[in-house]
Ligand binder design. Structure first.
Ligand code: ADP
Ligand code: MG
Length: 285
């Protein structure tokens, strides 16, 4: 469907149960009254966002640029505003967050983890190719399209994303993101860009393989120090017993401290762990 001009009346939709919430938004299930079709409606309170409305405009601009070009990126269907709220209407992902699937499973089998990471990384490569850095990749922002075990995984939440100038090592310096997934250069304020997404994917991969994150510490200060030093290990050993050397090397590569030496999405896709796509056998009829 086409992107409608901002309408003033959101009463074409009836909102239902809450699907999730973040810092500025509540996301609710919404049914389009005329068609009966279900969507996910991100409701952003203008008062809470006061002075930061540009963040929502930025999110809309980025979504317009990327959301229809790739199968694994959530689609912005419609947006409108009222006096009090901004509404972003997305295609509904009914399968929930990757975060909840990891928690339910404990951890992923390595082959399944590799399949997910490959799919997400291809979408990251697409986003980067569009000149955009996501800056908030984490399992809470990776959603499954349906409840099926093999459902498509989707990148959501472009709220912190930025458009980067082509090929310039453009340097963003504001501190933002979710601490456990933030790259060292963000804390060091030495300037950051696309490589932060690769770092975050290293943390996501670690989480998929063992069920906990690599830099989790007692305080945020200690967590930041651990990230800056790249102080993590594949421990306790019992959680890593079944994880291959190739998978560990993949995590290690993504968690390269120096952003200039960290591989790009394209390079990471060529790593042995992702390159050897395991064939999925289909049972004979
Ligand atoms: P925030 O910027 O506040 O983190 P998000 O865009 O990440 O907002 O949305 C918050 C949560 O709402 C997500 O983590 C997810 O659980 C849920 N959500 C977001 N978009 C969708 C969608 N298209 N389908 C289903 N649930 C969604
Ligand atoms: Mg979010």
């Amino acid at each position: 469907s086409t992107m409608a001009a901002p309408a003033t009346v959101p009463c074409q939709y009836r909102t239902g149960k809450t699907l999730g919430s973040g810092t500025y938004a509540v996301v609710k299930e919404a049914v389009h009254i005329k068609t009966g079709k279900y969507y996910a409606c991100k409701v952003i309170n203008k008062k809470l966002m006061e002075g930061r409305e540009y963040m929502v405009r930025n999110e809309i601009a980025v979504l317009k640029r990327v959301s229809k070009g790739h199968r694994n990126i959530v689609t912005l269907h419609d947006y409108f505003e009222t006096t009090h709220n901004l509404y972003l209407c997305f295609d509904l992902c009914t399968g929930g967050e990757l975060f909840d699937r990891i928690c339910a499973k404990g951890n992923y089998y390595e082959a399944d983890a590799a399949d997910l990471v490959r799919t997400i990384m291809r979408a990251v490569d697409y986003i980067h190719g569009c000149g955009i850095v996501h800056r908030d990749l984490k399992p809470e922002n990776l959603l499954f399209r349906t409840k099926a075990e093999d459902a498509d995984i989707m990148i959501a939440d472009f709220g912190l994303s930025r458009v980067m100038d082509e090929d310039k090592l453009q340097l963003l310096t504001e501190i933002c993101g979710t601490p456990g997934y933030m790259a060292p250069e963000i804390f060091l304020k030495s300037g950051h860009g696309k490589p932060v997404d690769i770092w975050a994917m290293g943390v996501v991969t670690y989480f998929l393989l063992c069920g906990y994150t690599p830099f989790d510490r007692d305080s945020q200060e200690q967590e930041m120090q651990a990230i800056i030093k790249g102080d993590y290990a594949f421990e306790p050993e019992e959680y890593w017993a079944n994880v291959s050397e190739t998978a560990r090397d993949f995590v290690h590569t993504c968690l390269t401290l120096d952003p200039a030496k960290r591989p790009t999405a394209k390079e990471v896709l060529e790593h042995a762990w992702l390159a050897d796509e395991t064939p999925h056998f289909v049972a004979d009829p």
